[in-house]
Structures are given as structure tokens and as C-alpha cells.
Ligand binder design. Structure first.
Ligand code: NDP
Length: 306
């Protein structure tokens, strides 16, 4: 019987592990087949406090993991495949293997949605990004494309004009689903050029992105633009498929937590990081809520005298 099982190993999960391990809870982390979360596909991280010279995403995750290990966190590098939270102890399966715990902290994160074109893989971290806040500052006086027509795309396009010379906003339709106010802000910004009814079909350049082919979906015409970056902003998908019907989720699948806490609708089950936050989505906010979850789990265990 475990005191606490942590599912997911991004900054939220590893911070929860560091706190839980230092509180002598001997946490078990099920860290997934691709540990480290979204930071593993981020090149330089310049906004994580404590790294004055910046750090790469994978390096940051490696030191966080080492810190969690140092205090005795145990890892199972596989995906959790099924859970049963109907009564304590909570059950978590890794394929056929059953693990039971008094508390569970869910930090399975969210995954950026991608366009699905081959160039995305080729240029990942070399001009392709899904996070303007993370990577925008690398595009000073450069030209970039943002793809999407929702609030995220509007926000990222506006944000990128602080750095970039030109931001091309490529959207597959001629109307945006973004809120009016965000659309207006984009349309008024002289640095943003709209390319509507269009999609990005491929990228070129070596080793970094230097150009993009854009196809007009109405006319079929293809144009080539000189650009240095592609920001995909077509939404995120929370990794909550195994919790559907078990935990309360919002309409887009994010786990609902009680305001100001990491408590889910089931006492003893906590959620931290991007799996419950579609607003901030930063490594440092994920780490912050991971800390909260571990402290809340510790208090729950104390109150229930485990
Ligand atoms: P949305 O789902 O709202 O928008 C996704 C956009 O991407 C749509 O315009 C969609 O096009 C487009 N898209 C989806 N798949 C593809 C694809 N394969 N190829 C090309 N385009 C594609 O996601 P967001 O991330 O923008 O927003 C998520 C939620 O978060 C929303 O509720 C939003 O309001 C909220 N949010 C609020 C903010 C704020 O208020 N400050 C900031 C950011 C997000 P189409 O329209 O044709 O379907």
C-alpha cells in the first residue's frame, strides 16, 4: 500500500514528488512512457526562475528528476492504463499490474495539438513551437507564422509582435472562433498579416526553418513565404482519457479542482499542472500547483491518520 502515487512526470509531478519524498511519504511515480512532459520538446527555457543563463527543457527535467530521486521517489516508467477511485484505497493499474494508494496526485499534463504535417517533426525545436511565451523571444526581428483561429492563436500572434518583424496568422477558414475583442486587437496590429482560408503544407530550410509553403484552400494556389518560425496554436488536449467518467472534468476535458486548491471531486485525489490548468500552462505554475498537491496530500493523510 502506497501513501501517494503520482501519475505523470512533468514539472508538476516532479515537484509533488520532491515535496512528498521530503515529507517521508515515499512516493511512487508512474512517469509515463515519455517522461518529462512538454518541456522535453522545448529548447531553451529562459523564464524558469533560478536559471539566470537559461536551461534547456530536457536539462531542467533531468535535474528535477534527480532531486526527486535524491529523497527516495521510486519510478515506474510506463503509462498508467486504468484507475478505480470509487473507494479508498485508490487503485491504479499499469497494464495488468495493480498499485494501491491512500492518495493519488494526477499530473498527466496536456499535449499541444499539432497540424500533422511531416515538417513539424523535422523542425521540432528548430523553428517549430507550440508556445509563444516559451520561445517568442528567440524571434527578435524575424518573421513567423502562427496557425489557428481561436483565442490562443490571437493571443500568441499579438504576443509575438513584441519580438517579430512580421507575424503571419494562417487560418483554415475566413472567420475566427476567437472572441471579438481578441480578433480586433489582431486586426488592428500593423505587424500581423492575415492569411485566411489557408493551411501550411510544408516547411523548408536547414537545419532551421527558413521558409513555408502555404496553400489557399479555396483556389488551391500555393505561395512560399520566407519565415523563421512556425507557432502552432490550434489548442491543447488534456491527458485525461483514463479519468473520464471517474473524475469531474470540464467541457474540454480538463480536471476540475476546487478553487484555490488541487482537490478533485474525490477526497484524497489531487490534480496539479496543465491537466487542470488551461490558462497559465507554464512550468513554474505547474511546479507551484505540484507543491500544493503534495502538501494537501500530506495533510489529508495526517487527517486520516495513515
Ligand atoms: P480553440 O479550440 O478555441 O481554437 C482552435 C483553433 O485552431 C480553431 O480556430 C480551429 O479552426 C483551429 N484548428 C484546429 N485544428 C486545426 C488543424 N488541424 N489545422 C488548422 N487549424 C486547426 O482552441 P484555443 O487554444 O484557441 O482555445 C481553447 C480555449 O481556451 C477556448 O475556450 C479559448 O476561449 C480559451 N482561451 C482564452 C484565452 C483568453 O481569454 N485570454 C486565451 C487562450 C485561450 P476552426 O475554427 O476552423 O475549427
Amino acid at each position: 500500500m502506497e501513501n501517494v502515487i503520482i501519475i505523470g512526470s512533468g514539472p508538476a509531478g516532479l515537484t509533488a514528488a520532491i515535496y512528498a519524498a521530503r515529507a517521508n511519504l515515499n512516493p511512487l511515480m508512474i512517469d509515463g512512457l515519455t517522461p518529462g512532459g512538454q518541456l522535453m520538446i522545448t529548447s531553451d527555457v529562459e523564464n524558469y526562475p533560478g536559471f539566470a543563463e537559461g536551461v534547456t527543457g530536457p536539462e531542467l527535467m533531468a535535474v528535477m528528476r534527480k532531486q526527486a530521486e535524491r529523497f527516495g521517489t521510486r519510478f515506474i516508467t510506463q503509462n498508467a492504463t486504468k484507475v478505480d477511485f470509487s473507494k479508498a484505497p485508490f487503485k491504479v493499474w499499469v497494464d495488468e499490474e495493480l498499485h494501491q494508494a491512500q492518495t493519488v496526485i494526477i499530473t498527466t499534463g496536456a499535449s499541444a495539438k499539432w497540424l500533422g504535417i511531416e515538417s513539424e517533426q523535422t523542425y521540432m525545436g528548430k523553428g517549430v513551437s507550440a508556445c509563444a511565451t516559451c520561445d517568442g523571444a528567440f524571434y527578435k526581428n524575424r518573421d513567423v507564422i502562427v496557425v489557428g483561429g481561436g483565442d490562443t492563436a490571437m493571443e500568441e500572434a499579438s504576443f509575438l509582435t513584441r519580438f517579430a518583424k512580421t507575424v503571419y496568422l494562417v487560418h483554415r477558414r475566413d472567420t475566427f472562433r476567437a472572441s471579438k475583442i481578441m480578433q480586433e486587437r489582431v486586426k488592428k496590429n500593423p505587424k500581423i498579416k492575415l492569411i485566411l482560408d489557408s493551411e501550411v503544407v510544408s516547411l523548408g530550410g536547414s537545419p532551421f526553418v527558413q521558409s513555408a509553403k502555404i496553400k489557399n484552400l479555396k483556389t488551391g494556389a500555393v505561395q512560399e513565404l520566407k519565415v523563421d518560425g512556425l507557432f502552432v496554436a490550434i489548442g491543447h488536449q488534456p491527458n485525461t482519457s483514463i479519468f473520464k467518467g471517474i473524475l469531474d472534468l470540464n467541457e474540454t476535458g480538463y480536471i476540475l479542482t476546487k478553487p484555490g486548491t488541487t482537490q478533485t471531486n474525490i477526497a484524497g485525489v489531487f490534480a496539479a499542472g496543465d491537466v487542470q490548468d488551461h490558462v497559465y500552462r507554464q512550468a513554474v505554475t505547474a511546479a507551484g500547483t505540484g507543491c500544493m498537491a503534495a502538501l494537501e496530500a500530506e495533510r489529508y493523510l495526517e487527517a486520516h491518520q495513515h
